[in-house]
Design a protein around this ligand. Structure first.
Ligand SMILES: Cc1cc2nc3c(=O)[nH]c(=O)nc-3n(C[C@H](O)[C@H](O)[C@H](O)COP(=O)(O)OP(=O)(O)OC[C@H]3O[C@@H](n4cnc5c(N)ncnc54)[C@H](O)[C@@H]3O)c2cc1C
Length: 388
């Protein structure tokens, strides 16, 4: 079962090279992150992103997967990135900040100027992190209601406002602030994207305590000044730029959730084969077998969905796939939650104990249906594409 992601049924046409790549990432993760070592690297799972591990992976050419070779990357496909995210999530690699970094890399690939590509993409290929701040205390699902402002002053941008939930801002070299540079009657107009270095004067980063440990932050910008060339893409074109990144963002979050789902499934399955009650393995009870049969089916479907949308994105990076990308996010994140919940049920009291990782998988899974657009919002989008 450990090879589920390479089985023929889920792998219509991964090339030999892609299969070798998946195996190398898998071998690396199982070698590098045995439970004791992982507990040490992550300070007992409080800090799920290690700069050292990110740099080591960068050394292997894996951090710059979606970055062009001319900027130091490996020039891989988006499907390669989806495979990598699934495997590293499955292998519990402590690179929690990579997904959000990849989301920002996508925006730079699409809209960055030469200097931004050289500098920021170059940092990522060395294992550096980037973050993005859209959400605000009063602007969550309704992203276009954001209020953080940026005004031009003496050849600089001056930013003011508050941001919520900025993941891995505390580890990023730069944070992409989505802000308002003009107010018109239309909330989708006048939005821009501006890079602010983590150590900029006027930027305060405060950690938010969550079920997942040290992952996300509140930001305050008070007369925070950055050079005019910190603008990404077009002034006032931020909404269109955000929309252009949605395929990427949803596949990135979906592939990561899929890896987590498969992990919870694999651990629970191994347990069900070993744990004995009433003189037989619990996996011999039909009630338990049916859980696994259903989840295995759902995992295969979710994997096909991720790879299908990743491939379509590779074929035409400019094609908008609102329905398909939202299906990926919805299916994979809801499945991660279900796999972890069912995994806990299968493991009984041991699933609930912190001695076993299942309770951590559940804590990691529950947030996946909230961030990057909640499941309700994904359903709204899918319904809209159906003409409702
Ligand atoms: C751990 C974590 C990390 C995050 N990382 C980032 C990040 O790096 N950058 C960033 O910008 N943001 C980030 N977010 C923010 C995340 O994207 C938002 O939390 C999410 O979009 C929901 O916004 P909200 O929490 O304000 O909930 P709300 O928008 O207030 O929604 C509350 C509830 O109402 C429902 N709801 C709202 N509107 C509708 C509607 N129209 N139809 C049906 N139901 C609706 C929602 O589905 C939800 O159930 C992160 C959040 C978390 C928890």
């Amino acid at each position: 079962m450990i090879d589920a992601s390479l089985r023929r049924s889920a792998d219509v046409d991964l090339t030999d090279e892609q299969q070798d790549f998946v195996r190398s990432v898998r071998d690396y993760c199982s070698r590098e992150f045995p439970p004791d070592r992982l507990a040490t690297i992550t300070s007992r799972y409080e800090d799920l992103h290690s700069d050292e591990v990110a740099q080591q992976m960068a050394g292997l050419g894996w951090y710059g997967l979606t970055i062009d070779e001319s900027y130091g990357g490996s020039g891989g496909t988006f499907l390669d990135a989806a495979l990598f995210l699934e495997e590293t999530a499955h292998g519990r690699a402590p690179i929690g900040g990579y997904g959000v970094t990849l989301i920002v890399v996508g925006a730079i690939n699409r809209f960055g100027d030469e200097e931004q590509k050289r500098d920021l993409l170059g940092r990522v290929t060395q294992g550096g992190g980037l973050a993005i701040a859209m959400s605000e205390p009063e602007s969550g699902s309704d992203v276009a209601s954001l209020k953080t402002s940026a005004a031009r002053e003496d050849g600089t941008w001056v930013l003011n406002g508050s941001k919520m939930w900025c993941s891995y801002a505390h580890k990023a070299s730069h944070i992409l602030i989505v802000c308002r540079t003009e107010r018109t009657g239309n909330p989708h107009e006048g939005i821009s994207m501006i890079f602010v270095p983590r150590d900029a004067d006027g930027l305060t980063i405060t950690p938010i305590s969550t079920l997942g440990g040290k992952e996300t932050n509140e930001l305050h910008l008070e007369d925070c000044r950055v050079p005019a060339d910190a603008l990404l893409g077009a002034e006032g074109g931020g909404w269109t730029q955000l929309m252009a990144g949605l395929n990427n963002e949803r596949v990135i979050l979906g592939a990561t959730a899929l890896g987590l789902a498969q992990r919870a499934f694999d651990d629970a399955l191994a347990y069900a084969k070993e744990r004995r009650q009433f003189g037989r393995p619990i996996g011999s009870f039909q009630a338990i077998q049916h859980k696994f049969a259903q989840l295995a089916t759902d995992l295969a479907q979710a994997r096909l969905l991720v790879r299908w949308v990743a491939r379509m994105t590779d074929d035409d990076p400019n094609r908008m796939l609102p329905q398909e990308a939202s299906m990926v996010k919805l299916a994979c994140t809801e499945l991660a939650k279900r796999c972890a919940l069912e995994g806990m049920q299968v493991m009984g009291g041991y699933g609930y104990a912190t001695e076993y990782p299942m309770e951590r998988y559940l804590r990691a899974a529950v947030v996946t249906t909230i961030y990057g657009g909640t499941s309700e919002i994904q359903k709204n989008i899918i319904a809209k594409t159906l003409g409702l």
